[in-house]
Design a protein around this ligand. Structure first.
Ligand code: AMP
Length: 426
């Protein structure tokens, strides 16, 4: 038997109502906060991610699904990659379509996306090789910290609306590239004496980008990480002031946060503000549900005009896992048909098919089997469908034009015309 590839999975119908709920709430938030949807291709030129995400990141260094496309007679095939994240693609699109061209000064382009991403990570609960993200990007000429706080305010609304309990917002500033270079030297000097004690990955990070050492989850490395100087201690004045204003905007909105000076995020493009949201219930070790930050300068790296950028991505897989069980049950129950038609005898069947058509035209979700069954069996089927009502159609109902509508929760039954039923269930 052929099964799914390691690290991938089928999202089955029973879980779809939860996925739809998260997607619907996100879309409603995007509508309220003025974000428009963008869809970029699932594969792009490898160079986009190499430059955009950064050669030294784990993602580019060891997690990308990269392949050489078929060439043509006169040309070699080019290197393509299944997108490991969507920010680089959205910024590419922003540049390619000159979305900045018709904007007045200070006006932002606010985009959102949803779709699958691909990373060859070690699979575990909440970590997949194909996973789904919903994210936003605010692009333009302004790096106002109020933009950041407003985006986080929207996330705060999502979490409340989805009734996700017990989350922590972690924030940090990773400064400007110029000051970071000075700090990186300082960090290298601090790491060097411990090189023998660090894992292989950390030794590689030490060579390519020592900041990434902070991402390491290996316990023996964690002990050393705690002794290292943090970037927050050597911020430039501009970044420090920006961070202060960002915090003040959060305070004004009553949004609680924890400053984590060791949170540097797994991508190279971040400048100044970085943040994560962690969920404490329903998830195991992989409990970061949202990650984001500022990435001024990414556009320039990709050959575009000077652009400020701020955004986040949340993991849809993890957001669904974080939904409280009672909420999940309600969502699953609401997915049932409004009404389930039970017919008795071949004569009633044709009539029942027309009744189903009419009720569906009136906007109701109608369940019905095609096979003639005994009353008891048919009622069991109605109960199994989780429909709120069963509609019973036998020869008498066909002649009278009034049908037995049975409330499957209370067991009460009343005789109604089709119009009466449509009216009652509206
Ligand atoms: P990142 O793009 O790494 O900042 O990740 C943003 C969010 O995407 C994380 O907080 C997770 O919720 C989700 N995510 C990232 N990688 C995975 C994965 N391999 N499996 C499931 N969700 C993921």
């Amino acid at each position: 038997m052929i099964q799914t590839v390691r690290g991938t999975r089928d999202i089955l119908p029973a879980d779809m109502p939860l996925w739809h709920r998260v997607e619907d709430v996100a879309r409603e938030g995007f509508r309220r906060y003025g974000f428009q949807e963008i869809r970029t291709p699932i594969f792009e030129k490898t160079e986009l991610f190499a430059r955009g995400v950064g050669e030294a990141t784990d993602i580019v260094h060891k997690e990308m699904y990269t392949f050489i496309d078929r060439g043509r007679e006169d040309r070699e095939g080019e290197s393509l990659t299944l997108r490991p994240e969507n920010t680089a693609s959205v910024v590419r699109s922003y540049i390619q379509h000159r979305m900045y061209a018709d904007k007045s000064s200070g006006e932002s382009t606010k985009l959102f996306y949803t779709g699958p991403m691909f990373r060859r990570e070690r699979p575990q609960a909440g970590r997949y090789r194909q996973f789904y993200q919903i994210g936003v990007e605010v692009l333009g000429t302004s790096d106002d910290p109020a933009i950041e706080a407003e985006v986080i305010e929207m996330l705060d609304w999502f979490l409340k609306e989805l009734k996700i309990p017990n989350t922590t917002l972690l924030i940090n500033s990773v400064g400007e590239p110029a000051t970071r270079a000075v700090y990186l030297e300082q960090l290298r000097r601090a790491i060097e004496p411990h090189l023998d004690e660090l894992c292989g990955d950390c030794r590689h990070r030490f060579e390519t980008n020592p900041l990434r050492v902070f991402d390491c989850k290996v316990e023996s490395c964690q002990k050393i990480i705690l002794t290292l100087p943090t970037i927050t201690d050597s911020l430039d004045d501009g970044s420090r002031e920006h961070f202060e204003q960002f915090k003040a905007h959060l305070d004004a909105r009553g949004i609680a946060y924890t400053i984590n000076p060791r949170m540097v995020r797994g991508l190279d493009y971040y400048t100044k503000t970085a943040f994560e949201i962690v969920a404490h219930d329903g998830l195991g070790a992989q409990n970061t549900i949202v990650g984001g930050g500022r990435y001024d300068g990414l556009s320039e790296t990709l050959g575009g005009p000077p652009t400020k950028g701020f955004g986040f991505a949340f993991g849809l897989d993890r957001m669904v896992m974080a939904l409280p069980e009672e909420e999940a049950e309600l969502l699953r129950a609401a997915d049932a048909p409004d009404i389930y038609i039970v017919f008795l005898g071949q004569g009633a069947r044709n009539h029942a098919l027309m009744v189903a058509k009419e009720l569906r035209s009136a906007g109701l979700a109608v369940g019905m089997e095609f096979e003639d069954r005994k009353m008891k069996k048919a009622m069991t089927q109605a109960a199994k469908s989780k429909a709120r009502y069963a509609l019973i159609i036998g020869d008498d109902e066909v002649t009278s034009g009034r049908y037995g509508l049975k409330d499957l929760t209370t067991g009460e039954q009343e005789a109604l015309s089709l119009a009466g039923i449509a009216e009652k269930l509206k």
